[in-house]
Design a protein around this ligand. Structure first.
Ligand SMILES: CC/C=C\C=C\CC(=O)SCCNC(=O)CCNC(=O)[C@H](O)C(C)(C)COP(=O)(O)OP(=O)(O)OC[C@H]1O[C@@H](n2cnc3c(N)ncnc32)[C@H](O)[C@@H]1OP(=O)(O)O
Length: 365
């Protein structure tokens, strides 16, 4: 029961494996029953150690969502967390999460010894992570990168054998249904990036293979280092890419012929061609410059009105998938509410005073 409470109390992407005890007694309200953030429910923990109280108090202060929180400071201390079996500073086994600067969340693919190949945990954890980020008011922009010598080697060919090669089911219909479920589930792993209202900047170094291309085409801004290469590898392993590349890449790269060539031949595309074709917007000399560049772009986004930024992302994606007339119609409906934000007045005033948007304080969204 308590483990259920703590699991729901702290966003997973900011959480690491907590001891079974939760610290609920530390919370109190003036107008409700003692030891509770509620007015109609009293919550208590009959026994707990002081150590647990101190540790959990720190975590709760940094990460607890509003519905279980009572007047806490708005600090997020992601770096203080660690797990025994995953990367440092992360509640996940395949992702390392950090906050390199205010309002920026860095999600690093983190299985460097396997070239960040996408195993079953990865497909699940990305969904959990981005769903948390979507709700995290302290995050305005996300940077995605890969740990180790390469961005990602794509689908984990060892781990996926069961799901893909030996799907369960008593007959063809049931096998097919299970496969459909699997593919749909994996599609969500990258669709969550697109659904996340916070812009996602991806920084690619080294190889970006198969599922890696699916991932980056769901991101909003793609940057790479000079050593990066991209490969729509799926035909080489006997399948049609099924988690986003065939749907999104044609909307990213202008040339349909080039998309077809890449997807049908699995040839590698190197950084310069990725830039000239529009797959990436900038190429940096090396990984260090790439990460500095990605964080700089993220910083520019984070400094602007989150109402404006998130509305821009949502409407760009909507317009990509609709006619101009439909996009304009949607935009008008969007801005009939969003133009009422204080952010317009604050930003316009800063512009009139020739000040950077970085000097303006915007409320959380
Ligand atoms: C429902 C389906 C959903 C999604 C489908 C997606 C489709 C795809 O992603 S298709 C693409 C699949 N990936 C590949 O085909 C790439 C395979 N890997 C390679 O070709 C090479 O590893 C390399 C990327 C060219 C790098 O070569 P190298 O620098 O020589 O390193 P290695 O020694 O080969 O690898 C180091 C280490 O990583 C393991 N590894 C690499 N790739 C994968 C992978 N895709 N799956 C699992 N493991 C991988 C490799 O085995 C090595 O591990 P050791 O334990 O050290 O042996």
């Amino acid at each position: 029961m308590l483990s259920l409470i703590i699991k729901s109390a702290i966003p997973r992407y900011l959480r690491f494996q907590l001891p079974a005890q939760a610290l609920i007694r530390t919370m109190s309200t003036s107008d409700g029953p003692p030891s509770s953030p509620y007015t109609t429910l009293a919550i208590s923990r009959p026994a707990e150690s002081i150590q647990q109280r101190v540790m959990l108090s720190l975590i709760i202060k940094s990460a607890i969502p509003r519905y279980l929180r009572f007047q806490l400071p708005a600090q997020a201390l992601i770096r203080t967390m660690s797990t025994s079996d995953g990367p440092p500073s992360s509640p996940y086994t395949t992702l390392a999460i950090s906050r390199p600067a205010e309002s920026i969340t860095h999600v690093q693919l983190h299985r460097p010894e396997k070239l960040n190949a996408m195993n079953k945990a990865f497909w699940r954890e990305m969904v959990e992570c981005f769903n948390e980020i979507s709700e995290d008011k302290d995050c305005r922009v996300v940077v995605v990168s890969g740990a180790g010598k390469t961005f990602t080697a794509g689908l984990d060919l060892m781990d996926m054998a069961g799901d893909v090669l030996q799907p369960e089911g008593e007959d063809a219909a049931r096998i097919a249904w299970n496969l459909r479920r699997t593919v749909t589930k994996y599609q969500e792993t990258f669709s969550v990036i697109e659904k996340c209202p916070k812009p996602v900047v991806v920084a690619v170094h080294g190889a970006c293979i198969g599922g890696g291309v699916d991932l980056i085409t769901a991101c909003d801004i793609r940057l790479c280092s000079q050593d990066a290469w991209f490969q729509v590898k799926e035909v080489d392993i006997g399948l049609a890419a099924d988690v986003g590349t065939l749907q999104r890449l044609p909307k990213v790269i202008g040339s349909r012929s080039l998309v077809n060539e890449l997807a049908l031949t699995a040839r590698k595309m190197y950084a310069d061609e990725a830039k000239s074709s529009g797959l990436v917007s900038r190429v940096f000399a090396d990984q260090e410059a790439l990460m500095a560049g990605a964080l700089e772009v993220a910083g520019e986004i984070a400094a602007r009105s989150p109402v404006a930024v998130q509305g821009t992302k949502l409407n760009l994606i909507y317009s990509r998938d609709h006619s101009v007339a439909e996009g304009l119609h949607y935009m008008a409906a969007w801005n009939m509410s969003m133009l009422q934000t204080q952010d317009v007045m604050k930003s316009a005033q800063a512009a009139m005073e020739k000040k950077s948007p970085k000097t303006v304080t915007f409320s959380k969204l």
